[in-house]
Ligand binder design. Structure first.
Ligand code: ZN
Length: 258
């Protein structure tokens, strides 16, 4: 079988076995195979890739491999200006919306708490997740690499950490969301945008001690929940503060050894 030489850059190395990380290595391919197939066979979901070079020229996922090609695979760039080079995914999603797989319920609540449009439900299978991601232009967040390798999924992200705090930091860093955080705007239970409601209107609907303590309230017109800036709010602010003061550390931690 013919061979190509391939190198993965930056955090894409996370998906590779140790001996293949951060260096060029040779690998065989089936004649007629595309570069997308090759990188996914090596364990890297195509949704993680933003730029592909074959022998120094940028190519798309459908590029057919040739004997002795030198392939370079880059992740989504955060701040590196790649200017005129065409990325594999030319149309970024304008408004970031997410759909989370069934194992990430706590993370879904956290994202909603920060105001991000986050679809989450427990009664949904992988096919439906992939379809909704494609049809509704929602970025699919999962820890399941197989799910991200599906053709229907064009925008997705594989969560590295198993810890909630780090997962949240990963998403904020990866999608550059720091300037887009709007806490206290979205229902944690059903994702609907909250409406302001006067203190008088919540009288009798919230516990008496809450009513005495808080003046600002919002409600969800879909599920009738009432929100105020209570202890969960303070915990969230503290978590954000901690996250941003540890941001540099978090960046270095996104490609852990396995
Ligand atoms: Zn609601």
């Amino acid at each position: 079988m013919p061979t190509v030489h391939i190198r993965f850059y930056e955090e894409l190395n996370y998906f590779l076995p140790k001996q293949k990380r951060k260096k060029s290595f040779s690998t065989r391919f089936t004649p007629g195979d595309t570069v997308k197939n090759l990188i996914e066979n090596l364990g890297v979901p195509h949704t993680e890739v933003d730029l592909l070079l074959a022998n120094g020229s940028s190519v798309g996922f459908d590029y057919f491999l040739q004997q002795d090609d030198m392939i370079s695979v880059y992740p989504v760039f955060e701040s590196f200006d790649i200017g005129r080079i065409s990325k594999v995914r030319p149309q970024p999603l304008r408004e970031l919306k997410f759909i989370l797989d069934v194992h990430l319920g706590t993370l879904a609540v956290q994202l909603r708490m920060l105001g991000f449009d986050t679809q989450y439900q427990t009664n949904i299978n992988d096919d439906e997740l992939a379809q909704i991601s494609q049809n509704k232009q929602r970025i699919l967040i999962t820890r399941d690499r197989g799910l991200l390798k599906r053709k229907a999924v064009t925008h997705g992200y594989c969560i590295r950490s198993k810890h909630l705090k780090e997962q949240l930091a990963e998403i904020i860093t990866r999608f550059d969301l720091r300037g887009s955080i709007h806490p206290f705007t979205r229902c944690l239970k059903c994702n609907t945008l909250l409406s302001s409601i006067s203190k008088q209107e919540v009288k009798g609907k919230v516990p008496e001690y809450i009513f005495k303590m808080y003046t600002e309230y919002k409600n969800c017109v879909s599920c009738d929940r009432i929100y105020w800036k209570g202890s969960h709010w303070k915990h969230m602010l503290k978590r954000l503060n901690d996250m941003f003061s540890n941001e540099q550390k978090t960046k270095n931690d996104t490609a852990p050894e396995r």
